[in-house]
Design a protein around this ligand. Structure first.
Ligand code: EPZ
Length: 430
């Protein structure tokens, strides 16, 4: 499914209503696929989002010799018993940053792995130095030739438990080394680990299969090497996507009379909810639902400053949709993107749509709220900014075309159908 989205804006009217059910999180799906390499038997995975990054992770696993069966909509059975190779196929690995997650368990299991510099959304330099130094701490030798990295375990073929300090908190590096450490000799301690819910969830699942991981979800994780695990009848249930849920909350605030967001975990995007409440949005959060309402005589929203931060701070993945929100609030706000140095690239197109945004430097923009957005033809630069453009187009006056639907398809399932169901006038054209 490629193409572009045609959207007829509602000129700032709050006309949408109904409910939206949140999909499984792409960023948890990648963990389930990588975890299959640690399992002796089948691994059943449920609530898998039907997005193109799932296809990429599945294709990579198949190319390694794994068996990938789609047993039902949103369900997979994975078995890596027949995996023999540990060279990640360049064309696929280059298309998705999370491909590097496979490197940890492959190295631990086979004693070697090779992969190209991983690709993914272009939102900054996204180096892999933490991975390289971590593998070396576990005793591996690293070489690079023509853009392909080869990592080799020490003699005997087993990586060793190590103390690994990350100079920056990295989600994927934390997950990669947690996975690698399960099959390493001895104990690994990850310090300054990332604390995202997907990390704790992965550890919880691995522990339920016999791993010995302590502290996941905090900045210090200790993993005792145990060897391959057995999932038995346990099912990896992918977490609801907190970024999708947060983006719908923003859409609800900007364009809905009443929007119910179901099957989400509001505790996973509290920083956004707090910011929206501070801005004056009427939000009611339950354990697994969120309701956003706009009354007829509601006051305009107030500007709030936003600074992205590692979890549980304000998620960088929600920064672009939040910027769209702020174009419609009253007053001035600063958005400070602290995680990636290339994640404000979407701003130019929003300015063309009529937003009053002043780029201050590579990491900061100033938004003057209350601008009327006008429909335009825009090119999505990446997945999350792509959805932000869709939100902007819904709020705008007139028609918009959002090109590069393939970016949006990486992480949002059937987005146009789900938006249409709550009243958005959107169509996909090939
Ligand atoms: C994960 O990316 C997410 N992807 C991203 O979501 C998310 O934006 C990001 O975490 C931050 O929350 C997945 O989970 C699959 P990082 P990841 O390593 O792990 C620097 C989306 O749209 N760094 O936590 O790749 C890095 O450059 C995606 O779903 C190094 O310096 O991000 C960044 O500045 C986009 N050296 C910071 O750490 C390294 O070796 C945090 O990045 C690795 C990372």
């Amino acid at each position: 499914m490629k193409g572009e989205f045609y959207i007829i804006g509602n000129s700032g009217e709050k006309t949408l209503s109904g409910k939206v059910v949140i999909s499984g999180a792409k960023n948890d799906m990648v963990n389930a696929f990588a975890a299959s390499l640690l399992m002796k038997g089948d691994l059943f995975v449920r609530n898998v989002p039907d997005v193109s990054d799932t296809e990429a992770m599945a294709a990579l696993l198949s190319s390694l010799g794994g068996s990938v069966k789609r047993t039902a909509t949103h369900e997979y059975k994975l078995n890596t018993g027949a995996c023999a190779g540990s060279n990640l196929r360049g064309d696929i690995a280059k298309s998705i940053r999370a491909s590097i997650l496979y490197a940890g368990p492959l190295l631990a299991r086979f004693g070697l792995v090779s992969f190209p510099f991983p690709g993914g959304c272009v939102i900054g330099k996204r180096p892999i130095d933490l991975f390289i130094s971590g593998f070396m701490k576990m005793g591996a030798r690293v070489s690079e030739k023509d853009g392909i990295f080869s990592i080799r375990a020490p003699r005997g073929g087993k990586i060793r438990g190590a103390s690994i300090f990350f100079k920056r908190q990295s989600v994927t590096a934390t997950e990669t080394f947690m996975l690698a450490a399960v099959c390493a000799d001895g104990t690994t301690v990850i310090k300054n680990a990332a604390c995202e819910p997907e990390i704790a969830h992965l550890a919880e699942f691995l522990n339920s299969c016999g791993a010995r991981i302590k502290g996941a979800g905090t900045s210090m994780i200790e993993i005792a090497g145990t060897g391959l695990l057995s999932a038995g009848k346990k099912i990896y249930d992918i977490l609801p996507d907190r970024v999708e849920a947060g983006s719908f909350a923003i859409l609800g605030a900007l364009a809905a009379r009443s929007l119910t967001i179901e099957r989400c975990i509001p505790a996973h995007f509290e920083a956004l909810i707090e910011a929206l409440i501070e801005a004056g949005v009427d939000i009611k959060a339950g354990e697994n639902t969120l309701v956003v309402r706009n009354s007829k005589r509601g006051r305009p929203f107030r500007a709030v400053d936003v600074k992205t931060h590692e979890y549980p701070g304000f998620a960088t993945d929600l920064q672009a949709p939040m910027a769209v929100f702020l174009t419609q609030a009253e007053g001035e706000a600063i958005v400070f993107e602290t995680i990636f140095e290339g994640r404000l690239g979407y701003v130019g197109e929003l300015i063309r749509m009529g937003a009053d945004i002043l780029p201050l430097d590579q990491h900061r923009i100033q938004i003057k709220g209350g601008a009327e957005l006008k429909g335009r033809e825009v090119e999505s630069p990446d997945l999350r900014a792509g959805l932000a453009y869709i939100i902007a187009a819904i709020v705008a006056k007139g028609d918009s075309v959002v090109h590069n639907a393939h970016y949006i398809d990486r992480g949002y399932e059937r987005i146009e159908e789900r938006l249409r169901a709550i009243g958005v006038k959107i169509e996909r054209k090939p």
